[in-house]
Ligand binder design. Structure first.
Ligand code: ASP
Ligand code: MG
Length: 423
């Protein structure tokens, strides 16, 4: 058994789908599970649609039409036949959202989010399966919600490993013995058969869950970059491919925000010792990066760059120390508002953390914190994490930056800074 995962960029238009189908077809074996995300930017669009729906905004229906047409246009580009059954199939997929929009939004936004946003993956997999069939590939579509069994923590569902493994063994393995199987990343189902999602960018994690439960030989994540790079080309001019990476370093890089793989992907693979390949769908002959248990030190420093950071500084109102009781209260508020801490520094009379600048969540958190503490915050900051740092790399990334916080451990250095060239 082998698992391939393709993200939104590999299915963003007809040409990419054809390219990906050729890649799958060349593999041409049964025993291949293909896990796919929603097309291109569709998850963001569905997220917006959901926001419109919940806030009773009339833009919801026209946006749904736009999303549907986007899919229909790809069908048109892929198939000459104007009556191809895929038009109806795609229309049926979106009927679920249409039904929802006809009713008033209930007060369970997380639940509604999952029912709406998950449709992106259902649609993309229908499209890809139809195209693979049309080029003669022996392939079947299957619904990931029947296998990935979760609790009902909507938007961030927790996997029930025992149930998931049992379903995969019982239903998926027999199917994979007959043909290539296409399924969705990102989505799961509760025991009452409601749809859940595993958190944004969760398709990598889905692919790892499937790989672990199938005892797969390997998981390959196909990307538009030639493997894991030591820095994101979006921010850094010179980047290098890392040919070999340990599970440990991969988790560290993903944890600090390297977007190449979702942080939750590694653990299920590591537990079963399944190698993870990160390769480019633009150049499938290229080796990419292989991630295994082998502890190989990284050959070059790696940089993870995050913009839109907020530094929140918390002070007791009465000069009492920041002690354990205060910290546990502070942490529980971060937990309540689902705000993830990127860096933190504790001093006698202050506690400073940096977080992603998520407008709504962060403001609500600050409001709650201000009830007990004096709170100051600073927006528009940048956070750079350097793994296997040295002074030279630190100097390079801090040119023209004002440093607000610097943390160093043996292998990792984190610097929160402000770009002094922008006002
Ligand atoms: N489509 C989902 C998202 O964009 C899952 C994924 O891409 O991994 O978050
Ligand atoms: Mg996506």
């Amino acid at each position: 058994m082998e698992v391939y995962k393709f993200g939104g960029a590999s299915v963003c238009d007809a040409k990419s789908i054809q390219n990906m189908a050729a890649l799958i077809n060349n593999t041409a074996s049964e025993n291949l599970l293909v896990v796919i995300s929603a097309i291109g930017n569709i998850t963001n669009q569905l997220e917006l649609l959901c926001q419109y729906y919940i806030s009773n905004d009339s833009r919801a229906t026209p946006l749904l039409e736009e999303i549907k047409n986007f899919h229909f246009n790809i069908v048109k580009d892929l198939f000459q036949d104007p009556h191809h059954p895929l038009y109806d199939e795609i229309a049926n997929v979106f009927v679920e959202i249409e039904w929802l929009l006809e009713e008033e939004a209930s007060d369970a936004p997380d639940y509604l989010y999952d029912q709406i946003v998950s449709i992106g993956e259902v649609a993309s997999t229908k499209l890809v399966t139809a195209y693979l069939k049309s080029i003669g590939c022996n392939v079947a579509w299957t619904d990931a919600r029947n296998y990935i069994k979760t609790d009902n923590t909507y938007q961030e569902a927790k996997v029930d490993w025992l149930k998931t493994e049992a379903e995969i063994q019982k239903q998926l393995i027999p199917l994979l013995q007959k043909c290539i199987v296409v399924t969705q990343g990102f989505i799961g189902g509760t025991s009452e058969n409601f749809t859940t999602t595993l958190g944004r960018d969760g398709s990598d994690y889905s692919a790892a869950i499937f790989s672990a439960c199938l005892n797969a030989k390997a998981l390959t994540i196909w990307k538009d970059v030639p493997g894991v790079l030591n820095a994101d080309p979006k921010w850094f001019e010179e980047t290098e491919r890392i040919p070999q990476l340990s599970y440990h370093d991969a988790i560290e890089l993903a944890y600090y925000g390297a977007t190449v793989i979702h942080p939750k992907t590694i653990k299920p693979l590591q537990n079963k010792n399944i190698p993870l390949y990160v390769r480019s769908f633009k150049d499938p002959t290229h080796l990419g990066t292989i991630i295994t248990a082998l502890e190989t030190p990284l050959p070059v420093p790696s940089f993870i760059f995050k913009v839109n950071q907020v530094l929140i500084s918390i002070f007791p109102k009465d000069y009492s120390f920041i002690i354990e009781e205060n910290l546990s209260g502070i942490f529980s508020l971060f937990h309540k508002h689902k705000v993830k801490i990127n860096t933190m520094l504790n001093a006698a009379l202050s506690f400073s953390v940096s977080v992603d600048q998520h407008e709504v969540k962060v403001q609500a958190l600050i409001k709650d914190l201000s009830f007990f503490y004096k709170v100051k915050y600073n927006i528009g900051l940048e956070l750079v994490t350097i793994r296997y740092y040295n002074q030279q790399t630190i100097d390079r990334v801090t040119i023209k930056k004002q440093i607000l916080l610097e943390l160093k451990s043996r292998h990792t250095c984190q610097i929160l800074m402000k770009d002094t060239t922008i006002e």
